[in-house]
Design a protein around this ligand. Sequence first.
Ligand SMILES: Cc1cc2nc3c(=O)[nH]c(=O)nc-3n(C[C@H](O)[C@H](O)[C@H](O)COP(=O)(O)OP(=O)(O)OC[C@H]3O[C@@H](n4cnc5c(N)ncnc54)[C@H](O)[C@@H]3O)c2cc1C
Length: 317
Amino acid sequence: MSQVFILGDFAGDKCTKTTAELATAAARSGSVTAIVLAAPGAGATLAATVKHGPIANVLVVESTDFATHGVAAAADAIAQIIAQKSPNALLIASHAYGKEVAGRVAVATESGIITDAVDVAADLTATQLVFGGSTTVHSKVSNGVPIITVRPNSIEADLSDSTPAVENLSLTISDAAKLATTTSSTPPVKGGRPELTEAQVVVSGGRGTNGDFSAVEGFADSLGAAVGASRAATDAGWYPHSHQVGQTGKTVSPQLYVACGISGAIQHRAGMQTSKTIAVVNKDPEAPIFDLADFGVVGDLFAVLPQATQGVVAQKS
Ligand SMILES: Cc1cc2nc3c(=O)[nH]c(=O)nc-3n(C[C@H](O)[C@H](O)[C@H](O)COP(=O)(O)OP(=O)(O)OC[C@H]3O[C@@H](n4cnc5c(N)ncnc54)[C@H](O)[C@@H]3O)c2cc1C
């Protein structure tokens, strides 16, 4: 039977929903094995959280090198696993870390790579949206082990329980993967909101906020949403660049994206138009963002959002 490997995706010591999304896509092509890269002694704890989605096996590799030599060590371990186990494909989450690991694994294994897929078919044909989402591309890797990075939230995850068999692998990270060493790192200060690229709901503000994100944040908090921003807002210093959505920011595919005071420039659309449902609040009925909207309110966001927030809060109580 065909075997598809996925790289387990974790937030701290917990497996993310993205892992189940990768597994769901991978299971269309064969039996799924999740790779877990862990610090010494942490593998069993991490592996125990890999329990949702159609995952048959978990392969655990423990090494201090993952912390000290970062993506190079991770890619080296995965390349060794591919050499040993010969899977039919490898799927990795399409965030900055995942794409860097995927690129390095592709070089090390002389394999083709497809990044930012929004879907993967049973025959490993990947679907990508390119040119700001105006063009859909279907492509297949023709060389080596297909390596495909998949955007979080693009695939509806099968979250059914699984009890995968756990195998521990002992590997030695090569000296070539240890040429750069991380001497210290500071994790980002976490607010109470979900991570932008993994959130089910994103509420974004643009120039229309005029620098006051309180209405956007209030509405986001009522929905348990992440907050995004257009480049106009981040360039003005109104919101951190780490929250920018778009071509030069982050790509999001939430169940619901709410664009507030954002005109809908092509560069912004590139980062959000694969959202399942798009709602818009803009005082200009001619704003191009309305072309994408499933629901739109023509109005001042400072009047609309507080009312919407009250409505959500009232529904919850
Ligand atoms: C190479 C390149 C890369 C880029 N990358 C990105 C990117 O990653 N992400 C990105 O977002 N942009 C990016 N841009 C910039 C992009 O072209 C736009 O300039 C930007 O998206 C505009 O942001 P905006 O929609 O917030 O502002 P504007 O285009 O100025 O739109 C503001 C909107 O707010 C509405 N509005 C005003 N007041 C209110 C109110 N009180 N209530 C409701 N609505 C109101 C207006 O009607 C208007 O539609 C990039 C540009 C280039 C050239």
